[in-house]
Design a protein around this ligand. Structure first.
Ligand SMILES: Nc1ncnc2c1ncn2[C@@H]1O[C@H](COP(=O)(O)OP(=O)(O)OP(=O)(O)O)[C@@H](O)[C@H]1O
Ligand SMILES: [Mg+2]
Length: 251
């Protein structure tokens, strides 16, 4: 389980997370919604210790991430797959080499690495694309390679940062199906950051909306869809015009 406890994070005068608390249950998909700049990516980076809270703590499997030694943090990161907002593949390496990068440090036999690469490419419906270079792939394919790279590590957790942003509706639906498959076939606990509501409702067992540094509301897809919270409602209804009225009245 991943737990954010009263996390506060600021960059200079800019407060991004302000008493942010959230529990992410095992074996489920938790979606983090919010406007651009609301701190979704910053929250994800805290889970793998790429950022540390100014106050509060982030706990993964009972361990406080900020208290871990360098070695313990490396072990923890080995259990967490991270699908970056921008696919972050190395252009000079083939698809197979990109996926194999994280596996080499696992002391796997070369044959085993090849097998893992094949398996994870098959899971994202890209079987046989080992020898392609990222430049030869479409944006959606690159995103799927990013997922394959995360899955290849057989992680307990996968963090997806904007997996469907910029994709056409059909490719987005394919990504949704992949994320559901990772949950159902591999039992992965996922955190998905998105502003794609269609995707959020499709895959989210739990949905939390981040607003002004904290969780405005967390609940099931149905609870969020039928929310009485004015901020969440205007987000869900795609009416940011009303949001400014509401924010102005909030101190
Ligand atoms: N390393 C950093 N140094 C300074 N400011 C940062 C840093 N990382 C993030 N920020 C700031 O924190 C805020 C939240 O950023 P974050 O990337 O988490 O937003 P987001 O919710 O992921 O937005 P988007 O939906 O556009 O990806 C932004 O104002 C951003 O400028
Ligand atoms: Mg982001």
């Amino acid at each position: 389980m991943i737990v954010f406890e009263h996390v506060h994070k600021a960059f200079g005068p800019k407060v991004v997370l302000d008493d942010f608390s959230l529990e992410i249950p095992d074996g489920k998909t938790t979606v983090l919604l919010g406007f651009s700049g609301s701190g979704k990516s910053v929250a994800l980076k805290h889970i793998v210790g790429l950022m540390e809270p100014d106050q509060g703590r982030v706990i993964v499997d009972g361990m406080v991430v900020g208290d871990l030694s360098r070695e313990a943090l490396a072990v923890l990161r080995g259990t967490i797959g991270y699908v970056f907002q921008f696919a972050a593949l190395l252009d000079s390496m083939t698809v197979a080499e990109n996926i194999g990068l994280g596996l080499q440090s696992r002391l796997l036999e070369p044959g085993e690495i090849g097998e893992r690469i094949r398996e994870s490419l098959a899971l994202v419906d890209l079987a046989g694309s080992e020898e392609h270079y990222p430049a030869e792939l479409s944006g959606g394919m690159r995103k799927r390679v990013g997922i394959a790279r995360a899955i290849a590590l057989r992680p307990r957790y996968i963090l997806y940062d904007e997996p469907t942003t910029g994709l056409d509706p059909v490719t987005s639906a394919v990504m949704d199906a992949l994320m559901l498959r990772a949950r159902d076939e591999l039992g992965v606990t996922s955190v998905v950051v998105t502003h794609d509501l269609r995707s959020a409702f499709q895959i989210g067992d739990r949905i939390a909306m981040l607003y002004q540094g904290r969780v405005q509301q967390a609940g099931t897809a149905d609870e969020i869809r039928h929310t009485a919270d004015p901020i969440v409602r205007s987000f869900v209804e795609g009416r940011p015009d009303r949001m400014h009225v509401i924010s102005a009245g909030r101190t």
